[in-house]
Design a protein around this ligand. Sequence first.
Ligand code: S3P
Length: 172
Amino acid sequence: MANLILLGFMGAGKSVVGQRLAQRLGYRFLDTDKRIEAKAEKSISQIFAEYGELHFRRLERELVGKLTEINNAVIATGGGMAVDPDNLRRLKTLGRLVYLRAAAETILPRILNGHHRPLLFPTHPDRQLQKIKGLLIQREPYYNQADHIIDTSNLSVPETVGEVLKWWENRP
Ligand code: S3P
């Protein structure tokens, strides 16, 4: 079950870092949002708009439940996936968890033009930072249960990849 699982808020770099990690390790790459979109044949935004957030969360739970027999994969999770005790427990059985942390001030500019972040938009621009801060407070108790935490606020993508690899190659 040598899977490396990335947790963290939107804009933390899970997908881009995850893809590069997979290349470096010779692992396959799995992005849970992409899996959900492929299965539903709809974008995340369409799923939120047509069926609502609760339905999306059900799809996330279903997907985690089906991730068995997966090995040598880097898995990038959607920002809300680990924010559920059952999902988190299940993810822990699948591999080692790395939380890519980023400050709200770093996250906001990174996600401003993201089209698959219906949770955050349309929040009035003046309130977006507060909204991210509030969600981070709710979510950190879950994210912090990862095996390893890397603060990416001041790191480039290659630096973050390097930090994850350093830990992965020497993991206890
Ligand atoms: C969400 C994060 C998104 C996506 C959905 C909900 C969240 O994924 O799953 O919009 O609740 O934080 P990314 O973290 O890949 O942006």
